[in-house]
Design a protein. Sequence first.
Length: 94
Amino acid sequence: MALPAVVAAVRRLLPFARPLPGHHNGELAARQGKFEEMYTKVFSTQKEWGESREGKQDVFRRYAGQLGLDLTKFDADLASYEAFKALVDDRLSD
């Protein structure tokens, strides 16, 4: 059997036992071309927020601002069905 000439590597943002919050924000950042930056930010700061039982969306939104994302678009995408559907479709494909 011949191997394909091109292989695609796919990185997913799954920092939690229940990965939805971080994963969703990775998707939102990816929509603005900043997935790698958000991925790095979330994992490099996990000790600061990872054990907290409080909501994390404010933390991720702050990171989005620090990464130069358009926060109006970030918020709109967060609320959008399309962003949610992409997240669910990805989780179901695992």
